[in-house]
Design a protein around this ligand. Structure first.
Ligand code: AMP
Ligand code: ZN
Length: 489
């Protein structure tokens, strides 16, 4: 399977360090506010990458940090007159909550910077000892980029080129403008920890590198983040690993493209800034996932808010197809003999799965994977329409299972317990059809049969009362060739 490696600017065959195992790290958020949909796009990309690797049978260990000490957190805490720890705690919880709502799997390991001070100090100590870092006049400890002959290997830029091209903060304490702080000397009112170099707090680039080493062991198989992290964050992470442990931090570097909104960079001043929470309040997670996954993870994604309604329709189309297949298999099973159309549907399921894998094996082409699912949905809808009456059960169930299984690899759930019929149907069936059981499915069948009987007996009062009761529960009554049935309205 081919994976694009940002370090070599091309796709390469995925080779794991240990056979069948993948150790993977994706930089987490700085927890000072609700995350925006750009952040969410990056986390979604890696959630799907992880899910697909698991689907392929890899044993994946996934770690993601929470940056819970940082200037932005301290600034917000000062503005609001509370502690940095309180701000970090609030937005760590908010982040995890929104990730759950968005259907992102929890990492296996979720280290927090403030709890990993020891691991970071150990790494910084090693870098100082090996002359790759120095204590500056202001008490900060800096990494010396000049001491690392491979510096620039990830972003593909030489130091001189970088010096000419980038604007960097001028700081007399640094030996080179690109030197970066591994440890920042404490300032009044800021969170700090004791260290061999004085009271202070860790630098951002230090955190990920030390945590990866501690929890996953270096090098790891896959390191990911958004493209904006390639320089300087990931360049600095890998420089530290090279200089501390003499090996790169990761074998495959993967970066997700940036999200733009309606053609523009997302910004508060342009009024096109959306938090993930806002979008999730308005649209189902699965629809947002479908919309985002229609663009390859490496491409920049132009998020068109007016396409969200369309995505809800797409999700509905997938769910309806699965429901129709299952319902038909259950309610009008054929005689077991397979027709050409039945065999065609089975074949369409096999082809869809093969095509899905072919697309996803090519650097996680989710757009191609989705197209394979839609092909099968189209074939299934045609089959159901043409078949009319009795239907072979095995091919219909197989098609439904395949659609659900492939969608689930993308983290899109088509069948869930939420689709179950409401328990109020039991009361309704008790009132109108003398039903004595407790199963909503059975109650629905009893009600439908009672309504049928009432209609046959021209007892319109009872028939209408049943229909009204069903509608009041937010369900729709559908008359189909194989009889009446209920679905969510
Ligand atoms: P941060 O909290 O700023 O470090 O961002 C968390 C993650 O979101 C990082 O992997 C960033 O690369 C990513 N990210 C930030 N802005 C965007 C954007 N507009 N589109 C996609 N990913 C982004
Ligand atoms: Zn990082």
């Amino acid at each position: 399977m081919l994976v694009y490696n940002s370090r070599i600017h091309r796709k390469q065959e995925l080779e794991t360090i240990e056979p069948g195992k993948i150790r993977m790290y994706v930089c987490g958020p700085t927890v000072y506010d609700q995350i925006h949909i750009g952040n969410a796009r990056t986390f979604l990309s890696f959630d799907v990458i992880r899910r697909y690797l698991m689907y392929k049978g890899y044993d994946v260990t996934f770690a993601q940090n929470l940056t819970d000490v940082d200037d932005k957190i301290i600034n917000r805490a000062n503005e609001e007159g509370r502690s940095a720890a309180e701000v970090a705690e609030e937005y760590s919880a908010a982040f995890i909550e929104q990730m759950h709502r968005f259907g992102i799997l929890d990492p296996d390991i979720r280290p927090r910077a403030t709890r990993e001070i020891e691991a970071m100090q150990e790494m910084i100590g090693r870098l100082v000892e090996r002359d790759h870092a120095y204590v500056a006049g202001n008490g900060d400890v800096y990494f010396s980029v000049r001491s690392d002959r491979s510096y620039g290997v990830l972003s593909g830029r030489e130091l001189d080129q970088l010096r000419a091209g980038e604007r960097v903060e001028v700081n007399d304490d640094k030996r080179d403008p690109f030197d970066f702080a591994l440890w920042k000397a404490a300032k009044p009112g800021e969170p700090s920890w004791p260290s061999p170099w004085g009271e202070g707090r860790p630098g951002w680039h230090t955190e990920c590198c030390a945590m990866i080493h501690r929890y996953l062991g270096t090098p790891i198989d896959i390191h990911g983040g958004g493209q904006d992290l390639i320089f300087p964050h990931h360049e600095n992470e890998t420089a530290q690993a090279m200089c501390a442990w003499d090996h790169p931090l990761a074998n495959h570097w993967m970066h997700a493209g940036m999200l733009r909104v309606n053609g523009d960079k997302m910004s508060k001043s342009l009024g096109n800034f959306f938090t993930l929470r806002e979008i999730l309040d308005a649209y189902p997670a699965d629809a947002i996932r479908l919309l985002m996954l229609q663009t390859h993870y490496r491409s920049s994604l132009d998020f068109q808010t007016d396409q969200l309604d369309g995505a809800v329709g797409t999700l509905e189309r997938l769910r309806t197809c699965v429901k129709n297949l299952r319902w038909t298999a259950e309610n009008s099973p054929g005689d077991g003999n397979l027709t050409e159309a039945d065999r065609g549907l089975s074949q369409a399921a096999v082809t869809a799965q093969e095509e899905f894998i072919r697309q996803m094996d090519d650097d996680f082409n989710t757009a191609g994977g989705l197209a394979a699912i839609f092909e099968l949905v189209t074939a299934a809808n045609k089959y159901l329409l043409a078949a009319g009456g009795a239907i072979a059960t095995a091919p219909t169930l197989r098609a439904a299972d395949t659609i659900c299984e492939l969608a689930e690899v993308l983290g899109v759930t088509l069948e869930s317990s939420q689709d179950e019929l409401p328990s109020e149907l039991v009361d309704l069936a008790r009132a109108h059809a003398g039903y004595a059981g407790t199963d909503p499915e059975e109650a629905a069948e009893t009600l439908l049969a009672a309504r049928q009987e009432a209609r046959a007996a021209k007892d319109w009062g009872t028939a209408d009362a049943i229909r009204d009761g069903i509608t009041a529960l937010g369900l729709a009554l559908e008359d189909t060739a194989a009889g009446a049935r209920l679905r969510k309205a």
